[in-house]
Design a protein around this ligand. Structure first.
Ligand code: ADP
Ligand code: MG
Length: 444
């Protein structure tokens, strides 16, 4: 009897998914037994049923219900060296628990291109990522290696690629951190399932491996990954990698692996500039409908220049605080939150930063500050920025001049004198200087 039931299920499934997926994932299943509305299926290995279960959970659920009736259920058996290992409870529980169509690609649906804000720091990487989605595997960016410091969007970007491919193509996409990969590998070794492990990986169409620096010093893991990498590459499957350093700096990784990593496109995600930080903040504020004044958003974008994760952290924390103490988000609260979140990454005050603050204060652009304009308010802003650069940094007069459009050191001396004179004679100016001083020193 059970054979017939499964046959009916298969006929239904066949009409719903691609022939390749069908052959890969459903053909190898053997019906074993049908009892009390429960159909027992034998699958080749554990990866297999995990894949089916998570990837095709909705489809299977639906098909089983329509063939076996409303109380119909499936249980899996995993074949093990000819013997059959029962995995009943675990699977049943999962089957019931997983009601949402969470796919077994390990991707977080939150990570999309749409909410990946681009700026100078990442636009090339984003464009390359989108391009890969058109022809995964068959493009000049294979493998794609994205590297950069923590919190700059590596995971977000590579998962966006996975999500888009998953959505638009009938391809097996799989995201895994190298840490998890290494653990799976060790488990497979222990359980004598290395073959299954490799088989699982070489059947993937788009493999995304995050934080490959974790492979450092793990010779065995590197070896098996090298093998998988080559197989996928040979079959023109897409590979996407991330690391916290450029391939050249990934010491502790085998040379042959590094040269594979470099064989496609290698891109760095850089720190976002002020404009991009503002864009990112505003995007999140709009999305989450956070009530916050423009001045405060500017202030956060100015102060938090480390990475996107900290930008987000400040927003979330502000939101939490203001909800708890039922107060609106004001500058005082913002400062204290920033101090808590960003204090570990205290930055050095540098000329760029001073230019940012001063240009903001006088509402002129940094470019204007650097070029030849002789309009009075621009000249004053330029002199003030020079004055603070002398005050707050260890740069030589020559180097300061250089940062202001290549002016010479005598211009800097003159600027410092003028500012001192104005402080003595003009009280409005004096207060401005105090305020700017406060803003510069309040960082970190
Ligand atoms: P990484 O993997 O480089 O450490 P993540 O991808 O985890 O960084 O990014 C940290 C956080 O910042 C995530 O919540 C991510 O969504 C967000 N993020 C990073 N880059 C951007 C961006 N360009 N636009 C919007 N959000 C971003
Ligand atoms: Mg990451």
């Amino acid at each position: 009897m059970h054979l017939k039931h499964w046959g009916n299920c298969l006929s239904l499934i066949k009409t719903r998914i691609g022939i390749q997926s069908f052959t890969t994932w459903f053909k190898p299943i053997r019906p074993i037994e049908y009892k009390e509305k429960t159909l027992t299926l034998e699958v080749p290995n554990k990866f297999f049923y995990e894949w089916i279960e998570e990837h095709y959970i909705n489809l299977l659920d639906e098909v089983i219900k329509s063939v076996l009736g409303k109380n119909g259920k499936i249980q899996y058996l995993v074949s093990k060296n000819g013997k059959v290992e029962k995995k009943l409870n675990e699977i049943e529980q999962k089957f019931i628990k997983v009601s949402s169509p969470k796919k077994f690609n390990n991707l977080n649906e939150r990570f999309t291109f749409k909410n990946f804000i681009s700026g100078k720091c990442n636009s090339v990487a984003k464009a390359a990522g989108k391009r890969i989605c058109e022809n995964p595997g068959d493009n000049p960016f294979n493998p794609l290696m994205v590297y950069g410091d923590v919190g700059l969007g590596k995971t977000h970007l590579i998962q966006s690629i996975g999500n888009k491919i998953s959505k638009n193509k009938d391809l097996a996409v799989y995201y895994v951190t190298s840490e998890k990969f290494a653990n799976q590998f060790i488990d497979a070794l222990k359980e004598n399932k290395l073959k299954d492990f490799t088989k699982f990986y070489i059947n993937i169409d788009c493999l995304i491996i995050d934080d490959v620096q974790f492979f450092r010093g793990k010779a065995k893991t590197q070896e098996v990954f090298f093998h998988i990498f080559n197989q996928l590459n040979l079959n023109e499957k897409q590979i996407i990698l991330s690391a916290d350093q450029s391939p050249a700096d990934l010491n502790g990784l085998e040379q042959r692996l590094i040269s594979r990593f470099k064989s496609g496109l290698t891109l760095e995600l850089e720190k976002p500039d002020f404009e991009t930080r503002l864009d990112i903040l505003n995007h999140k504020i709009d999305n989450d409908k956070i009530k916050i004044s423009k001045d405060i958003v500017d202030y956060i974008a100015l102060q938090v220049e480390t990475n996107v994760r900290e930008l987000e952290g400040v927003l979330i924390s502000l939101l939490a605080h203001s909800t708890i103490i039922k107060k609106e988000i004001n500058l005082e609260l913002t400062k204290s939150v920033i101090n808590k979140i960003v204090k570990n990454t205290k930055k050095k005050i540098n000329i760029n930063y001073i230019q940012e603050i001063v240009s903001k204060f006088f509402s002129i652009s940094i470019e204007q500050m650097k070029d030849k304009a002789r309009k009075k308010e621009i000249v004053i802003a330029r002199q003030v920025a020079m004055y603070f650069s002398k005050d707050f940094t260890n740069n030589s007069l020559k180097s300061i001049g250089f940062h202001f459009g290549g002016r010479d050191h005598s211009t800097v001396i003159h600027a410092v004198q003028s500012v001192n004179d104005m402080i003595d004679t003009d009280s409005v100016f004096r207060n401005n200087i105090k305020e700017i001083n406060k803003r510069i020193s309040s960082m970190g």
